[in-house]
Design a protein around this ligand. Structure first.
Ligand SMILES: Cc1cc2nc3c(=O)[nH]c(=O)nc-3n(C[C@H](O)[C@H](O)[C@H](O)COP(=O)(O)O)c2cc1C
Length: 179
């Protein structure tokens, strides 16, 4: 069999949804702490929407995460340690109309932010194709695959993609190929 036969089919054209979380404010970049008006993961999520025509769902917490980078790190660490599920402004309850679910998340302390878990745990992933992108500043996917495996039971989980947050503006070609 030729290796070309093994290539995964393109997912363009399948009814798709992008679920994402992204933080604006101060963020750590390779050249230090910088203020960002639009989160890195949001840029990725919008590119996927643009490429696939997917619907977008943004996860937003009732209590916003701090603007200040260090304060945000502290809150995130506390949530991780307590395994908390922060309350969201709105919840997605039904994904039955979609074939493919793209999950886009930053990595926080080597895992996905707890706010994403709040949402994912409410959904039925049976029979879905799940693809996920993690934006990071050095850890790659880290242990986010564990979050995905736990939250997306019954789904066909495809290999995750890691994109360095400070390079997301140049990631369109990478995303096109990955999709
Ligand atoms: C609270 C917090 C924790 C982070 N932890 C990690 C980490 O463990 N590993 C890493 O490579 N980057 C870490 N980062 C960097 C972010 O994952 C990265 O900048 C990401 O692109 C941010 O995406 P966003 O702008 O969509 O929120 C962390 C950032 C924050 C704010």
């Amino acid at each position: 069999m030729s290796i070309f036969n093994k290539k995964e089919e393109s997912l363009k054209g399948k009814k798709s949804l992008v679920i994402y979380f992204s933080h604006t404010g101060e963020n750590y970049m390779s050249d230090g702490i910088r203020n960002i008006d639009k989160g890195n993961t949001e840029i990725v999520a919008e590119m996927i929407k643009d490429i696939t025509g997917a619907d977008l769902f943004k996860i937003e917490t009732v209590k916003e995460y701090p603007y200040n980078y260090q304060d945000c790190c502290n809150v995130a660490k506390q949530e991780l340690n307590l395994n908390s599920r922060p309350e969201l402004k709105r919840y997605l309850s039904d994904i039955s109309q979609y074939e493919v679910i793209y999950i886009c998340s930053p990595i926080w302390w080597n895992y996905m932010p707890n706010a994403i878990l709040t949402q994912l745990e409410k959904l039925d992933f049976n029979g879905k194709i799940v693809k996920y992108v993690i934006t990071h500043e050095g850890s790659g996917i880290g242990a986010c695959n564990k979050n995905i495996e736990k939250c997306c039971k019954g789904a066909e989980i495809r290999e995750g993609l890691a994109i360095r947050g400070s390079t997301v503006n140049n990631a369109r070609d990478i995303l096109e190929n990955w999709i």
